[in-house]
Each structure stands twice: as C-alpha cells, then as structure tokens.
Ligand binder design. Sequence first.
Ligand SMILES: *Cc1c(COP(=O)(O)O)cnc(C)c1O
Length: 419
Amino acid sequence: MNDFHYRNNELWCEEVPLKAIARKVGTPTYVYSRHTLERHFSVFDEAFEKIDHLVCFAVKSNSNVAILRIFAREGGGVDIVSGGELYRALQAGVDPGKVVYSGVGKRVDEIEFALEAGILLFNVESLQELEVIDACAGRLGKKAPIALRVNPDVDPQTHPYISTGLKENKFGINVKKSLEAYRQARNLPNVEIKGVSCHIGSQLTKISPFVDALKRLKRLVSLLRKEGIRIRYLDLGGGLGITYREEEPPHPSDYARAIIKTAKDLDVTFIFEPGRVIVGNAGILLTKVLYTKTNDDKRFIVVDAGMNDLIRPSLYSSYHGIQPVLKSRRETATADVVGPICESGDYLAKGRDLPLFERNELMAVMSAGAYGFTMSSNYNSRPRAAEVLVDGNRISVIRKRETYRDLVRGERIPEFLSE
Ligand SMILES: *Cc1c(COP(=O)(O)O)cnc(C)c1O
C-alpha cells in the first residue's frame, strides 16, 4: 500500500497532483510520501512489538536527511556503511546510541568518527578490521562495542549482485570460523563483545532463508554463551523484498511471526536493518517525455531521466512500473523507455506495452524510493535530480536540483595550464 493513486485519471501523491510538483520543481524529480514512509516504518516496527528490538533503517537505500529525520522521530536507529552516512544520520538528529555500522572496508578515520560519536555497534567483517578497531579504541581511550558479522552461507535466492550471505560473497566472517574469531575478540583489551550479526541479501521474497540464517546464528549464540561470552544483541540485517511487479514478498508481520517463533527463548535484543521495504514503494521518479521515435519497428520513448538518475534497470535489469501522470483512453504499443545518456544500457523500461506517450507528457517511474537517488551520479555531466517530500497537501523540496555550478565545484585549472 502506498499513497500514489489516480484521482480522475490523474496521478497524485497524497493530496498533491504530480503535475503540480512538475510545474513547481521541474523534472526529473524524486517524490516521496511522508505518510507512506511513516506507515511502512510503523508496520515493520509494530510487527516485532512482542520482542525487544530496534529498527535501524539502512541509510544506503535513501539517505536524504529529511527522510532520516522521519524515522528518527519514530524512535528508529540507522544502519550505516560509511563515515558519510554517519554524518548524515547525525545531521538528521538520529541518536548515535542507535547507530550500527556495517561494511567490509571501514577506514581508520571512519572508525574514529564512529567511536567519538558513541555508536551502538560495529558489525565487524574481518579479523584485521577487529584489530584495527581495537587499536583505534585504545588510542582514543574508549571501548568499542562490537558484533561479528557472520556469513551464515544461506542462499537468499535473489539477484547475485544483491546476495551477500553466501560463502563466496565478500561479506562477513565464515560461520565455521566465527567461534574462533570471537575467542580472539575476547582477548582484545579495547573491544567489548555485544552481539552477533548477519545480512544475507536484498529483495528477498521468501521467509525461509531468514529463518535458516537465524537458526545458524542461534547455534552460535549458545556456543558463545557456553564459553562465557555475553551476547546481548542479535542483528538479522535487512533484505525483505517489495513488489515491483508481481513478486509476492512476505508481509512484515509474517516475517516477524516466523522470526519470533524461531527465536523462542533466545534472550537478546533484536536489531533489524530494513531499507527497501520501508522506502521502495514510498517514492517515485517523476520524468518528462522529451521525444518519441521509432527505429525500424522499434519504439522508443526518450525521457529526461536517465541511468545516472536511476541505475537499477541498467545495473540489475530491474523492473519499475511506468505510469502516465495523466491517464487517457488511447492505444498502447510495445516500447522502451530510455534516457538521454550516451550508453545503450541507459534505459528505465524495456519492451513494455505502454500507452502512446507524447512529447512533453509526464511519466512516473514507480517504486523508486530505494536505491534510486542514492545511487545516482553526474554521468554525462547531468546535474542530479531534485527530491520532494509530500505531506498531505504540502510539498517541500528536500534536495535542490543541482546546477551547472555544482557540477564543477571543487574542480580547478592548475596554474601550469595557464602558462
Ligand atoms: C543493504 C543493507 C541493508 C538493507 O537492505 P534492504 O534490502 O534494503 O533491506 C541492511 N544491512 C546491510 C548490512 C546492508 O548492506
């Protein structure tokens, strides 16, 4: 369920027609619904109300500070993967005591920043990283709260690029080696073992891989406790999928029921790191048709958003729904929706049966709230899109459209080229 809907054949977000946003802010523009964001967050959070838990929104899926503020107001924490994401979270007013930090390549300066901020948990992905964190904490006179990110070797049955919990993936510490790793961690003077964590992949549409991963982590927790290692937190990561097309992912309450049942009397505080399931269907990319053309009998709709704005179709062959902002009775035909970028891989939709869009017409690329703007770039020197948050009948530009000046900010011509 989301708050993008047709009213008299016109697409609206909450109480605002998308046409009005295009008129005011231009295109391409990401549009998010505050109401959908809040509802998705609370549905997920409330699904686990029977157990101790903390929902840490995955910042990489949508990192706008206004979006982060929405979840902070709801009492949520965040999952970060860089110093930049920590900076954003703090700007947004997220409680540092609710921040968990994942990622295989944490730099020393990033680790120090997180220690100074006082985050809840480092999810440590290698023994070398563990030693570096220990050394950083020692230098700063702090104790680093850690969990080891275990790679449970379960198949999430998703796209290979977003599968992270198989032993051939770069993430985490092999579950078979993790007990030994915890023994080493225990001997380090400046780290405090707080928990275990995993994250097995993204856009999962089945519950069983999560349950399998949890079972493996449970076994590990009981082995650790036998050795006197206290485990307070169990971080199950994110990864719950959404409907882009015809997928039927489990509802968060079904997911929660299975997790709660499997957890049984495991005495821990659960941490979840959902990203896509919260923001994916809470946002769209609003774009305008620049041209239509046919090459032989192939139809193309050229729009003003490209792979630099939304790379998921090019990168993962992902499906995003395409909707006209103004619906009208008209013929349909098979067409590709493509952007202005000089790459054949620059498309938003391929081989779709679509209404005969016309020049200057507005189009909505659906389900673009997650991994949309955050993966955008300036390729082809295209200023990045604006972002707008809708709240009832109010709109707010939460990120200005970039300008040409923004494009060259930080660049300079060296003196020796003026000689
Ligand atoms: C990407 C990521 C998430 C979020 O995944 P979603 O599929 O968007 O829920 C959570 N935790 C970690 C460690 C991640 O890398």
